[in-house]
Write a protein that binds this ligand. Structure first.
Ligand SMILES: Cc1cc2nc3c(=O)[nH]c(=O)nc-3n(C[C@H](O)[C@H](O)[C@H](O)COP(=O)(O)OP(=O)(O)OC[C@H]3O[C@@H](n4cnc5c(N)ncnc54)[C@H](O)[C@@H]3O)c2cc1C
Length: 179
């Protein structure tokens, strides 16, 4: 255990993934127990937290001009509610026997272990990419990179060239052509 892991008599909840599920769990835990009883540490490897992926089609369509507007709650707002949210920090290992996770700061490369009494794994899902001709073209992308990439370097291909198509006629897939 390293020095930063010391936590006194409080319990510690560790959350992996700082988007909808993870930060909902962290916020609910904070509502139930104050900072004197529970420490909450959340790890998010991306640049955004509580990001409304549902709004991405509206950003692509131009109804939402600025991608930052899709952030429902910023990291600072979470921290103000005594949630220790560590952005750009990826959990690389879970050690359930010792009740701890290993995390790497993606900017500095520094690694450390954080012990937990309770653990929430809210790392989301990976989309299936159908095997279609042209799927390897650079313009053909999922939307997740737009939420994890560095904000200033992110470009929206659909907006840039005007031609769009969407695969997957579920709730999300249908919203793109409608924009
Ligand atoms: C275009 C689009 C439109 C949508 N529209 C709707 C809608 O209208 N209504 C609706 O209900 N839902 C909608 N959804 C779905 C909704 O956005 C998802 O259900 C929701 O984001 C899932 O939240 P989650 O926290 O489970 O996972 P995610 O949002 O995927 O979050 C997981 C987080 O975990 C982080 N992470 C992963 N691994 C690690 C690790 N090892 N260490 C640290 N962090 C890690 C990721 O960076 C990510 O931020 C839409 C999704 C998309 C893409």
């Amino acid at each position: 255990m390293n020095m930063s892991d010391a936590r006194g008599a409080r319990e510690r909840l560790v959350v992996i993934g700082g988007d909808a599920a993870g930060m909902s769990a962290a916020s609910q835990a904070r509502r139930l127990k104050g900072p004197d009883r529970l420490e909450i540490v959340a790890f998010e490897r991306g640049h955004f937290t509580s990001f409304s992926a549902c709004g991405i089609p509206y950003w692509v369509g131009g109804d939402v001009p600025d991608r930052e507007q899709l952030i429902a709650r910023t990291a600072e707002e979470h921290r103000a509610r005594d949630i220790d949210l560590r952005m750009r920090t990826e959990v690389t290992e879970i050690d359930p026997d010792r009740g701890r996770v290993r995390a790497r700061d993606l900017d500095s490369g520094a690694e450390s272990w954080t012990s937990y009494d309770g653990l929430v794994i809210a790392t989301g899902a990976r989309p299936i990419r159908p095997e279609l001709p042209g799927m390897d073209a650079p313009e053909c992308t999922g939307c997740r990179p737009w939420t994890t990439a560095r904000p200033s370097s992110t470009r929206c291909p659909a907006r840039a060239d005007g031609a769009r198509w969407s695969s997957g006629p579920g709730t999300s897939g249908w919203r793109w052509p409608r924009r």
